[in-house]
Design a protein around this ligand. Structure first.
Ligand SMILES: [Zn+2]
Length: 215
């Protein structure tokens, strides 16, 4: 029960900041939202994009799922939650940026690399398999590296798979080619507190905000 009390107190503090004491931060947001970026992040409790980027309500349209994966465009009768959110962000809200935000020590990517989610349930293995191409690439390029380095490489390679999958949606590709939409691959290193970004020129993830520890 203590956990729930913590969340209720947290909402009270949020209410104080945004609705009480003369402040009315929601004035502008009551009539609608106009976020400029969609973030596709991992469900992991340590990597909330709004907290990581110090954003306020209304700043980010966010989809979170296991291992921050974007599935390819598919026309079938399944329920496509990520694709629906992508469609809304791109076609209705007309965001200018899509950020796929991966992170270090990702349990979803570990499960993909170790192939140990077969018994983990009904949905996880099939979901994680979206990143299979990343796994194969890493095993091909770094067959002798220790698992933690292979997993880190796969966390980053899976971001690129998601960026490629984004371009399989015709209305994403159209807006990217018209210069109205920018795609970003970001990687939060939670061990070092560092933010990396994929640079197509170098084919590498390079620091966007370098770590601040003196080591
Ligand atoms: Zn994760």
């Amino acid at each position: 029960m203590r956990d729930i009390a913590k969340f209720i107190h947290g909402f009270k503090r949020f209410q104080d900041s945004y609705f009480c004491g003369g402040a009315d931060e929601f004035e502008r947001l009551r009539s609608g939202q106009n976020p400029r970026a969609l973030v596709i992040g991992c469900s992991d409790s340590r990597v909330d994009p709004a907290i990581l980027m110090d954003c306020a309500p209304g700043d980010l349209f966010v989809v979170r799922n296991v291992a921050n994966l974007v599935p390819p465009h598919e026309s079938d009768s399944s329920h496509h939650g990520v694709s629906a959110a992508l469609e809304y962000a791109v076609r209705v809200l007309r965001v200018e940026h899509v950020i796929v935000m991966g992170h270090s020590s990702c349990g979803g990517i570990q499960a993909l690399m170790r192939q140990d989610c077969a018994q983990a349930g009904e949905y996880l293995p099939r979901w994680i398999a979206i990143g299979e191409r990343a796994r194969e690439q890493v095993l091909g390029a770094l067959p002798d590296k220790p698992p933690h380095l292979q997993e880190r490489a796969c966390e980053q390679a899976a971001i690129l798979v998601s960026l490629e999958n984004l371009l399989t949606f015709p209305w994403v590709r159209e807006r990217v080619e018209a210069g109205n939409l920018l795609l970003h691959g970001w990687y939060f290193d939670l061990e070092r507190g560092e933010l990396l970004s994929y640079l197509p020129q170098s084919g590498q993830f390079e620091p966007l905000v370098a770590h601040c520890r003196k080591d």
